[in-house]
Design a protein around this ligand. Structure first.
Ligand code: GDP
Length: 607
């Protein structure tokens, strides 16, 4: 059977909004999508294809039917033809729904387990939604797990809620506030339960649901559809022109080679159309050989949906595109229909520039980034930029030897950036060997948030270790007084009892007199007969002093001595490590600088 698929071609002015589901693992994204698809199938709407490639459509008639009991609360007539849900939840695929400066997704559902609250990927989802400027509502899922909740399967939330005892209603309210609404406030969003929201442009609507029992699904779909058609009309206005879309994934199609799963967000795509898309080796210009869509079935839980050819597809739609050369395209690349060879060339240039803008190649210090698709590359680069982490090189593909070579070059400028961040890609064996040889660290993860966190943790540890090492080598300010009557040995080495007046002394520190004359180096410090590695303000200890020093001649009982700080160290203390000095060390440092400037007026002048 050949025919038309996707959104309706006639009569409707608006296309379906494209909706994605994001949220933390195990919070119920997949269950929710199954439930939504289920509602579309059980409603048995004749003549409407509900299954697309990589997406499912819930027709407007189904949403209206579900929302029937809510008429008083949410009065509306749908003018959009339905909602198109992307089937694979999570932000990994979502990042590929990219569209210059934004997303192909028109709306998102952020799923949060009402009992568990915000988790790392909840925050990450919000970050990515902000980044791509996608409006969202929140599904506070698993309300059936609230203690005492009596499920009313497939019932609107407001109706099931009314039937719960008051203490259960209060517990729901508490969890909703503490675990969801308060958390949204913390990340800068005003939010409230959907039936209390007055201005949906300023307040994020939170809908309590159970993906398991179906409670609240009616409101979720109704609010989503209502908001989309009210606030996104311009975006959803359907142009009956050449198609525009994005490649979600590339797949092997048995017998046909590589095919591209595409989301069309505007216009019409027809068999035989001249299309332009992009790859890492440059733009791809080709013709559509076949368009494949799932066969319309009433039962969705069939393991493998068979695909069949169609002649044309209307936005919004998910469709598999078979075309020679499409294997050279990359997921996340735009795909456009051209009406002439001339236009194809112009579009190819546009696509080339867009893809090149996402790949980074510099000679500066910075990390090396490898990602599996254009979408994840873009999200990763954006996240790194927000954290002010410089990037030397960023591209799509497995970690290869040349990536390690880039990291080695970066190491010569700044060793802390000599790393490779590999998102969802393999490391080729020769790259692994090369990295080991040059001690290049490769971070690997399939969660962006985790990848960055791993790197940042390592980075902080390296910086801290480096700082400790450098600090260890700096001579600290110290001020001591030789206690009268405590000269144990006059020279070679001199051994005297001292009290530490300020700062700290350690073995190896050179000493000077109040007039700036160097008088030897501390060899050992003993506190009540035990050798110690330092003595701080307030302590009285015995020290031995190495060097040409004679008590009674160069120094004497009651004399005040200072640590003799080299100018370089003093500058470090005044600049980079100022915060590492205690208050009494700062006072002593001032005195030391005063002494030093008598001999050298520019000593440690840091302007
Ligand atoms: P995902 O990782 O976000 O896609 O989460 P899943 O949809 O795979 O759900 C994770 C687990 O939570 C599964 O065992 C689901 O059965 C369960 N689950 C999902 N939604 C609900 C719900 O509303 N109520 C209850 N009780 N369990 C749920």
């Amino acid at each position: 059977m050949s025919g038309t698929a996707g959104g309706q071609s006639t009569g409707k002015r608006l296309r379906q909004p494209i909706v994605v589901v994001l949220g933390h693992v195990d919070h119920g994204k997949t269950t929710l999508l199954d439930r939504i698809r289920g509602t579309a199938v059980t409603a048995k709407e004749p003549g409407l294809i509900t299954q697309h490639v990589g997406a499912s459509v819930v027709p407007a008639s189904v949403i209206e039917k579900l929302a029937e009991p809510l008429k008083k609360l949410i009065p509306f007539k749908l003018i959009i033809p339905g909602l198109l849900f992307i089937d694979t939840p999570g932000h990994e695929l979502f990042t590929n729904l990219r569209r210059r400066g934004g997303s192909v997704a028109d709306f998102a559902i952020l799923v949060v387990d009402i009992n568990e609250g915000f988790q790392p990927q909840t925050y990450e989802s919000i970050e990515i939604l902000k980044q791509r400027r996608v409006p969202f509502i929140v599904a506070a899922n698993k309300i059936d797990k609230i203690p005492g909740w009596k499920p009313n399967p497939n019932t609107p939330f407001v109706i099931s809620h009314r039937k719960q005892p008051q203490w259960v209603q209060e517990e729901l309210e508490r969890r909703l506030w503490d675990n969801v609404i308060a958390k949204l406030y913390e990340v800068g969003f005003q939010a409230d339960r959907f039936d209390r929201v007055k201005d949906f442009t300023r307040t994020v609507a939170v809908i309590p649901i159970s993906a398991k029992t179906g409670e609240g699904i009616a409101e979720l779909l109704a609010v989503l559809a209502g908001l989309a058609q009210r606030y996104l009309q311009n975006r959803l206005r359907f142009a009956e022109g050449p198609a525009r879309g994005v490649i979600l994934e590339l797949r092997e199609q048995p017998g046909l080679g590589t095919a591209a799963d595409v989301i069309i967000y505007d216009g019409v795509l027809r068999r035989g159309d001249l299309i332009v898309t992009g790859g890492l080796e440059g733009p791809v210009i080709t013709r559509v050989r076949a368009l494949l869509m799932p066969k319309p079935l009433q039962e969705i839980r069939v393991a493998k949906r068979e695909l069949e050819p169609v002649d044309e597809v209307y936005a919004a739609a998910g469709v598999r595109v078979v075309a020679p050369g499409i294997e050279n395209a990359v997921a996340g690349a735009p795909i456009y229909v051209a009406t002439s060879e001339e236009e194809a060339k112009q579009l190819a240039e546009k696509v080339r520039r867009e893809i090149e803008a996402l790949r980074i190649k510099t000679d500066a210090e910075g990390v090396v980034v490898k990602a599996d698709t254009l979408g994840s590359l873009e999200a990763l680069v954006e996240a790194l930029r927000q954290k002010n982490i410089p990037i030397r090189y960023a591209d799509v593909g497995p970690v290869a030897k040349r990536d390690v070579i880039e990291a080695v070059a970066s190491k010569e400028i700044n060793k802390f950036y000599a790393v490779i961040l590999a998102f969802n890609v393999k490391i080729l064996p020769e790259a692994e060997a090369e990295a080991e040889k040059h001690e290049i660290k490769i971070f690997q993860h399939n969660v962006i948030y985790q990848l960055l966190e791993d790197f940042e943790k390592w980075y902080r540890e390296q910086i801290e270790a480096e700082k400790r090492k450098e600090l260890e080598q700096l001579i600290r300010p110290g001020k001591i007084r030789i206690i009268p009557g405590y000269v144990f040995r006059r020279s070679n080495p001199a051994i005297v009892g001292v009290e530490v007046l300020g700062g700290v002394i350690k073995p190896g520190y050179p000493l000077m007199r109040e007039d700036g004359k160097r008088i030897g180096t501390i060899h050992q410090i003993q506190d009540r007969g035990k050798t110690v590695q330092e003595a701080r303000a307030g302590m009285a200890v015995a020290i031995s002093i190495r060097g040409h020093v004679l008590v009674g001649r160069h120094i004497d009982e009651g004399d005040v001595l200072y640590t003799d700080i080299p100018e370089k160290h003093a500058i470090m203390w005044l600049t980079k490590y100022k915060s590492e000095l205690s208050d009494d060390e700062k006072v002593v440092l001032k005195e030391i600088i005063k002494i030093k400037r008598k001999q050298n007026p520019t000593y440690a002048l840091t302007l």
